[in-house]
Design a protein around this ligand. Sequence first.
Ligand code: PLP
Length: 429
Amino acid sequence: MDTSKSQQLFSAAQQLFPGGVNSPVRAFRAVGGQPLFIDRGQGAYLYDVDGNRFVDYVLSWGPLILGHAHPAVVAAITETALRGTSFGAPSELEIKLGRLIQAFMPNLEMLRFVNSGTEATMTALRLARAYTGRSKIVKFEGCYHGHADMLLVKAGSGVATLGLPDSPGVPVASVADTLVVPFNDIAAVESLFSQNGHEIAAVIVEPVAGNMGVVPPEPGFLESLRRLTTECGALLIFDEVMTGFRVHPGGAQALYDIHPDLTTLGKVIGGGLPVGAYGGRKEIMQMVAPSGPMYQAGTLSGNPLTMAAGIATLEELRNPEIWNNIEHMTTCLGEGMRAAAINAGVKVIVHQVGTMFTTFFTDQPITNWSSAKLAYTQFYGEFFRAMLLEGIYLAPSQFEAGFLSSYHSEEVVEKTIEAAQNAFQRIPK
Ligand SMILES: *Cc1c(COP(=O)(O)O)cnc(C)c1O
């Protein structure tokens, strides 16, 4: 595979950007090799600057549920741009996207748009603290909620693969009120609540973890979080930045029928443009300025281009057949990968929830961060590089989710499974 142009651009980028990238995992450090520079995307495919074509299972880390350059999304962005890109004043598009989100997720009685998932979670926690008058928050090992100081503890995703348990520069004081427990460990949460219950403002959780690779909640786990938080007067925050519209059109809250007090969103709702949102019970949301005293603002929040791309995306998803088919193809891919691994005598566990999946190189069950990190990342790197040569672009780290789009057809998925059959041959037995 010729990657000479990508290599040239990467050397130029390394002079400009730390590690040559504007977000760490893009640098391929966890899998070896050098990142590809992308020229364009179309449907299920990415094209790099050297003219190589790949089936894309990263999809901008989840947002592109309709694939690259979906005609409805492109048209919406184009038409909107002709009318101006930002006003710093309200526009009707915000109401349209807000209502669409609400139709899928009625727990968001009110919401506020921001510009990233990081902003959404950071603000949801500020709001939980403002509302409860308490300061402690609970998060789970291996769950990533963006890069706000107080959340950068045992944060999975890029932080995990870089081997930075906690980032330097995060003052001890900012994480002093962050309590961290293992995902899926109800007993640990119970004991935390029995000691600190009255001081806990909120529990924040990825209801299906996606940032340690896909790890589903065990039966009863989310139910227990709902019960314990209610009993202690703490808020339950579902961080559905990734899972929203991905594990179910209504998110994990619809899939498991749990009503969180607050929800954070991002990724899919922006149709590939920068976005975040937080929302939930009206009584809590009314604490947000200017209706209440908790301050939060954003120059470009709710900007028309993002709103238009989000509306076009969610409008398509209103047709349940589209979403169900993406889920079906994800199931086919998961089954195909398992079978291919067995054929090749390679031990893997494939986790899939809705339109998200991860292939872990291990034969031990994975239920939390300590079990996830035992997966054999060297084999994943080997597999990743072999798949790339086969024309398949997977997440460049073991601890990430893969995603499908409406363009991942039967043909595309079959091709991927064939590629996996070849790639698994390269894994040492
Ligand atoms: C991606 C992600 C975030 C952060 O969103 P950004 O837009 O990258 O700031 C937060 N929480 C979860 C669960 C995510 O997957």
